[in-house]
Design a protein around this ligand. Structure first.
Ligand SMILES: Cc1cc2nc3c(=O)[nH]c(=O)nc-3n(C[C@H](O)[C@H](O)[C@H](O)COP(=O)(O)OP(=O)(O)OC[C@H]3O[C@@H](n4cnc5c(N)ncnc54)[C@H](O)[C@@H]3O)c2cc1C
Length: 254
């Protein structure tokens, strides 16, 4: 339970307060959740820093849509500039009440193993910007465990013209996703509950998207955290991952 609330006036000031005992308070849907991953003595409110705008941007000559970190899922769904593939990922959060509060930055920051947005962002080659203006890919953010650093995310950059197809498997619309797959051209992101994003480099190195090849890839993925649990057996999750990659890629080729 937090004991102190700080309301800084700028992103730079907010990041100065951050340490291992504090957390940024964005939408608060994770922080205030029962059994939350976040246990902080001090909360640093970032809701009034003006980080919620959605604008066209350009990086190295390439057009992007810059989504401010405190833009909510609803802000994205209602904004005509936001591409449908990203709106679909926002809709993976089935509760409208939560969508009105939860922020894009908060979702990326915690990078859960059943994340609504990470697979789509990784497959589409999205970028993340910190308060010191450093920009890296969301994939790098995830793989290099930046989420354990005390960095304030100020924006996410998405490719407005990316052709992303994604699918999320859960027992109910509001339940945990046990497998989520997103594909975009040669990029493939596969997230499995317990394991998070699994290694898709062998898939991405090949252009073979036949069911046989994708199933063989899924069977051989080395990850000791893909386990049988209440959501299904290990082999079922591997099977789902393999057939879904193949199916989504074939859909895209049509
Ligand atoms: C019932 C329930 C079920 C949920 N199920 C899922 C689920 O299946 N998948 C899923 O992905 N999420 C789930 N969530 C968590 C949550 O709703 C989302 O992940 C949401 O997007 C988090 O954003 P927020 O703004 O509410 O974050 P907050 O709760 O405000 O913050 C969460 C964490 O992110 C950090 N943070 C927030 N903003 C930033 C920033 N700009 N820069 C750096 N760090 C930041 C904070 O320090 C904190 O540690 C669930 C929540 C509830 C209540």
């Amino acid at each position: 339970m937090a004991e102190k609330l700080i309301v800084p006036r700028s992103a730079i000031a907010a990041s100065r307060y951050k340490n291992s005992e504090s957390a940024f308070l964005a939408g608060g849907t994770e922080i205030n959740r029962l059994n939350s991953y976040v246990d902080a003595k001090t909360l640093i409110s970032i809701g009034r820093l003006g980080l919620d705008t959605i604008n066209d941007a350009e990086i190295d000559g390439k057009p992007y849509l810059r989504i401010g970190a405190t833009a909510t899922f609803t802000d994205c769904i209602e904004n005509p500039k936001v591409p449908e593939y990203f709106k679909q990922a926002c809709h993976f959060m089935s509760s409208m009440v939560k969508r009105n509060m939860a922020t894009v930055g908060g979702n990326v920051a915690i990078a859960r193993d059943d994340s609504y947005l990470i697979p789509t962002l990784v497959a589409s080659g999205a970028l993340v910007e910190f308060s010191n203006e450093k920009i890296i890919t969301v994939k790098e953010y995830y793989l290099r465990h930046f989420r354990h650093a005390n960095k304030l995310i100020v924006a996410i950059y998405i490719d407005p013209s990316a052709k992303v197809r994604s699918k999320r498997y859960s027992n109910t619309a509001s339940g945990h996703a046990y497998v989520t797959v997103a594909v975009c051209e040669k990029n493939v992101a596969v997230q499995i509950k317990g394991a998070g994003l699994v290694d898709t480099s062998r898939l991405e190195a090949s252009s073979d998207r036949s069911e046989a090849f994708c199933l063989e890839w899924a069977e051989k993925v080395k990850n000791k955290n893909i386990k049988s649990d209440m959501f299904g057996s290990e082999s079922y999750k591997r099977y789902l991952a393999g057939v879904t990659v193949s199916m989504l890629c074939k859909e895209g080729a049509r």
